[in-house]
Design a protein around this ligand. Structure first.
Ligand code: M6R
Length: 605
């Protein structure tokens, strides 16, 4: 969703260039308009428009926007169409205050009505614009900026990450947040505020996560944090980001998504090398719980389904996978003997945050499987497993999906050990150790084939992904990926369910991807393939290596080593599907990194 950057520094030469580069690095969040504001000689210079960062930067004369303090914003439209007027920053009537915002001000209609009655002139349809006008009003009452912002926090409803500048304080940035992320970055001479770490990663790796109901003031090389409810200062030291600036670059790949698919093996290797003690504790917590509820959205939800297949089947634990935005359905059964497994790459998905907060209030123990260190969900959780995937810039999750599933398998492995299921645990241990190499082998071997299949299916209107057992997760994630970036309608079903309706759609050359490992699901999947083939479908299978029978039946296939037909199978079987989605999108001429309408981190409900 919206990208935010604020910079205050001593040097005025490169401010605009840094604002521009920072917004470029936030493009992955998804947006449709862009704006910059720089404090310059007691006035605010603004440039904004709909379109891409590069387009708006081209329309902007950087030499006219000289200053030491500035803000930049990429807007993902919610209130009002993507237009120049609705693009951020928004200002007050006197053009002295400029504001950028991520989130939704829920009571903006009422506030706008009151402010209009007082004579304020609005120039956009956004909810955000009430903020500069409210501040203007409060300042006119004789309040300082800090006091005005404290009061603003009591007036605004909804969620926000706000960054504000004022002409009277040319070296200062004010930031305030509730439910939307804001990260501060500091060096000796500069201070940054951003919606996400990659924005300032080339300039500093010293970061501070602002918490809900906090206000920060930034000056070059200095920051202060206040609790807006008590007005008291909060002492918080920066933490060091381990991600390198290179990790957020394409590194020679045409797209972040392809780079990230290639990084999948290494990501799991890094996770394997990390601390295991928290994984052991989590396994015990799950074994001790009466019931387990998973909460997640999108790809993370599909990853979370792994919990049900593993813990319900082996340990007879009741596992209820819950789409985070539907959390109310499970609230009545949550109590202090419930474990909630929250899965989220960003740790900032508002639906998941809301669900987890409610579950916590009802006494549940929260386990977070998260990528971004210090993110909101990690601060609510009782136990955290960091998936150690590094920054994922492509909007479509790839390496983080595999890393989430891997984290769940590792917890399961510890649970097997704790319950003395040694044979199963030993087999799994071997698969766990070898999986990074296997992933790298699959990526190397299968890229060319995925490209060929992309050519074959690029003009399809629709596709099905069919799997059984734990590989329903593989099918669901494969279908989501294809639809997200190639815009081909794709649905996944349990293969057995395909006969109960979906089969009506099959016609000649209708693409169907089957996940067909050599396990207890194989015979039934063969039956499903034959049914679909008989109706003209174009069949693609992800199969176990040397499965001669399936090789003869299918039109196309990808082979996975036999070791993974029973252990960890929804990891390697996924790789060809990520490659198919990537190459179908690029074959059709779409940019897989920035799919239309999608945002990397969904911070509005
Ligand atoms: O940051 P999260 O893992 O909580 O994000 C959840 C979903 O928004 C995300 O997985 C989304 O579905 C991606 N576009 C999938 O590719």
């Amino acid at each position: 969703m919206c990208g935010i950057i604020g910079i205050t520094q001593n040097n005025s030469e490169d401010l605009m260039e840094k604002l521009y580069q920072s917004l470029k690095r936030l493009e992955y969040r998804g947006y449709d308009s862009v704006g910059f504001a720089v404090l310059s000689q007691e006035s605010i210079k603004i440039s904004k428009n709909k379109g891409k960062v590069d387009e708006v930067a081209k329309q902007t004369d950087f030499s006219l926007m000289k200053g030491t303090t500035g803000i930049g914003h990429s807007r993902w439209a919610t209130h009002g169409a993507p237009t120049k007027e609705n693009a951020h920053p928004h200002t007050d009537c006197q053009n002295k205050i400029a504001v950028i915002h991520n989130g939704i001000i829920s009571n903006f209609l009422q506030l706008r009505k009151e402010l209009t009655q007082k004579g304020h002139i609005f120039t956009s349809e956004t909810d955000t614009e009430v903020v500069p006008h409210l501040l203007e009003d409060l300042l006119q009452q004789g309040k300082s900026m800090k006091e005005a912002l404290f009061e603003l926090a009591t007036i605004l409803g909804g969620a926000y990450a706000l960054v504000v500048i004022h002409t009277s304080e040319p070296n200062k940035i004010y930031c305030m947040k509730k439910e939307n992320p804001l990260i501060l970055g500091v060096t000796k001479d500069e201070s940054y505020a951003a919606s996400d770490i990659p924005a300032f990663l080339p300039y500093t790796r010293e970061a501070i996560t602002l918490r809900d109901d906090e206000l920060a003031t930034l000056e070059p090389g200095k920051y202060m944090i206040y609790n807006v409810k008590t007005g008291k200062t909060v002492s918080r030291k920066p933490h060091r980001i381990t991600w390198t600036p290179d990790a957020a670059q394409k590194g020679g790949y045409p797209h972040f998504m392809l780079k990230e698919i290639h990084e999948s093996g290494q990501v799991l290797r890094t996770q394997l090398a990390s601390e295991i003690s928290n994984v052991e504790q989590i396994a015990q917590a799950i074994l001790d719980a009466d019931n387990i509820i998973t909460m997640a959205a999108g790809t993370a939800f599909y990853a979370s389904l792994t919990t049900q297949y593993l813990f319900q089947q082996t340990f007879g634990k009741i596992v209820i996978p819950t789409i985070a935005s539907e959390y109310e359905t499970v609230l009545p059964i949550i109590n202090k003997n419930t474990v909630v497994v929250a899965v989220s790459q960003s740790g900032e998905t508002i639906d998941t945050i809301k669900a987890v907060k409610e579950a916590k209030q009802k006494g549940a123990k929260i386990i977070a499987i998260v990528n971004v260190v210090g993110s909101t969900i990690t601060r609510i959780a009782d136990h955290i497993v960091y998936i150690q995937a590094g920054p994922e810039i492509g909007v479509a999750a790839t390496k983080t999906y595999l890393a989430q599933v891997f984290a769940i398998w590792r917890i399961y492995h510890q649970a097997l050990l704790k319950t003395n299921q040694t044979t199963l645990a030993q087999q799994l241990q071997k698969a766990i150790q070898n999986i990074p190499d296997e992933i790298e082998r699959i990526v190397r071997n299968d890229e060319a084939k995925a490209r060929d299949i992309a050519k074959k299916i690029q003009n399809a209107q629709s596709a099905f992904y069919l799997g059984r057992g734990i590989n329903l997760t593989t099918a669901l994630e494969g279908a989501l990926k294809l639809k997200e970036i190639s815009y081909i309608h794709a649905e996944a079903y349990p293969a057995g369910e395909s006969k109960h309706g979906p089969i009506a759609l099959i016609h000649k050359n209708y693409p169907i991807i089957f996940i067909a490992p050599n396990d207890n699901t194989r015979e039934k999947i063969i039956g499903n393939i034959m049914e679909m083939k008989a109706r003209g479908a174009y069949t693609i299978g992800i199969i176990e290596k040397h499965d001669q029978e399936l090789k003869q039946i299918l039109h196309q296939y990808f082979e996975i080593n036999p070791q993974y037909s029973k252990q960890l199978q929804n990891i390697p079987y996924q790789i060809p599907l990520h490659l198919i989605a990537y190459y179908t999108a690029t074959t059709k001429g779409h940019d897989p990194d920035y799919p239309r309408n999608l945002a990397k981190s969904v911070t509005v409900e």
